[in-house]
Ligand binder design. Structure first.
Ligand code: AMP
Ligand code: MG
Length: 399
């Protein structure tokens, strides 16, 4: 495909991203304890009932009900006990939370509702059948699905599967992501800055944004603004990763080699320019199963494009097929005039139905983005926002 210059609208660009990002179906078996945040690749079938026996939910007395409120106490069962006293009607055993309920008991009376004298118990409230007994298999039954394929494992999920005795599970392989940072002017934070240099900040920013979404498998490479080096590095990372993100070098300057290298490598260009601000030069392409985004180097543009497009792609590739950006509408606390006919994503602070558009919307500026938690979307055909107008807001996934 040719390196075309056609600028496409935001909605079309999002649709193209969705069209080319279907869940990747690679999985691996891992110890459950390492699976926080992982997505189940298969249904998990329970090999036991949970609870594995009828279990007392309270401290009290297990009774074999009869038609009087007086019971004879004949034994005691505490949590972890393995014995099984037999109760005749009118008999009871002292029992504690988590203890197995004898088969011949059919209710637990909580200890707050009884009085006891020697071995005689008197119930002060009517007893209901099965009260305070957790039935066998109440949470899940042997042979049933405990958690479905596609479930993202939370601490509760890890706890639940562990409670079923599970130690290993099949989870989706985490996406392998390469981040290639271009720019001769970039210095490493912590080292002295020479005249003409700026500190490289996109790698730290994008890695944090990736980590924030749970993507930890990120390999960072830096490359000079030189065609051959750019070509070699991109070719290598594209053949080894699910997703490649490039920072900078995708614009039209004489030293922007990313677009040329990508096409030379055989990446299919799916779009190159989006009718938006910031982030007009945004390349999206594909080579075999690898998805490639070349993001503008300007930090605020790169991050804005990350949240709108890269996030959408990553979520879908990792199994969340119906992912949509989190959007809401809000009343604007600010006035804003848009120049030109590109759609705009404005850095903003959203709070409780209201949104403040921040100063410093320039695409190089992170100082206000650092305070923001949302982007106000201004469509192509809207040029003026006045205080109290209802505007469309994209909420950012910031932890
Ligand atoms: P580019 O997209 O390569 O033309 O870069 C656009 C602007 O973003 C230039 O002012 C660059 O110096 C700046 N820039 C590019 N990459 C980075 C980076 N990794 N960290 C900070 N600024 C960058
Ligand atoms: Mg550059």
């Amino acid at each position: 495909m040719r390196y075309s210059d056609i600028m496409i609208p935001v909605q079309q660009a999002i649709s193209i991203v969705k069209e080319h990002t279907k869940p990747l179906d690679t999985s691996e078996t891992k110890p459950l304890s390492d699976c926080l945040g992982s997505t189940l690749a298969k249904n998990v079938i329970s090999s036991i009932n949970m609870p594995p026996f009828r279990q007392s939910a309270m401290d009290g007395y297990a009774v074999n009900m009869h038609d009087s409120n007086i019971y004879a106490i004949i034994d005691e069962v505490k949590a972890g006990d393995g014995h099984q006293p037999t109760l005749l009607p009118g008999e009871t055993v002292r029992i504690f939370t988590g203890a197995p309920v004898p088969d011949t008991a059919n209710a637990i009376i909580i200890q707050e509702h009884v009085s006891v004298e020697k071995n005689i118990l008197k119930a002060h409230k009517p007893v209901t059948i099965n009260a305070n007994i957790r039935p066998l298999g109440e949470q899940t039954k042997e042979g049933n699905i405990a958690l479905k394929k596609g479930t993202k494992l939370s601490p509760a999920g890890i706890g639940f599967l562990t409670s079923l005795g599970i130690t290993e599970i099949d989870v989706k392989k985490p996406l392998s992501i390469a981040l290639v940072v271009t720019g001769n002017e970039l210095a490493k934070a912590g080292e002295p800055l020479q005249y003409g240099q700026i500190y490289e900040s996109n790698a730290a920013m994008l890695t944090s944004a990736l980590n924030d979404l749970g993507y930890m498998n990120v390999e960072i490479t830096s490359v000079e603004d030189d065609y051959q080096s750019t070509y070699n590095i991109l070719k290598n990372v594209i053949s080894n990763h699910d997703v490649v993100l490039v920072s900078g070098g995708i614009s039209v300057g004489d030293y922007d080699f990313v677009g040329k290298a990508l096409l030379e490598i055989g990446v299919e260009q799916l779009f190159y320019k989006v009718k938006q601000k910031p982030g007009k030069p945004l390349f999206f392409g594909k080579k075999e199963n690898t998805i490639i985004f070349a993001l503008p180097g300007n930090p605020a543009s790169a991050l804005s494009c990350f949240y709108v497009y890269v996030q959408t792609a990553l979520q879908r590739l990792s199994g969340n097929e119906h992912f949509e950006l989190l959007k809401t509408s809000a009343k604007s606390l600010s006035n804003f005039t848009k120049r030109g006919d590109r759609a705009q994503f404005l850095k903003a602070i959203y709070n409780n139905g209201r949104v403040e558009i921040l100063e410093g919307q320039n695409s190089s500026m992170l100082h206000t983005f650092a305070l923001g938690n949302a982007l106000v979307f201004v469509p192509e055909d809207l040029n003026l926002i006045t205080i109290n107008d209802t505007v469309e807001v994209v909420l950012l996934p910031i932890n």
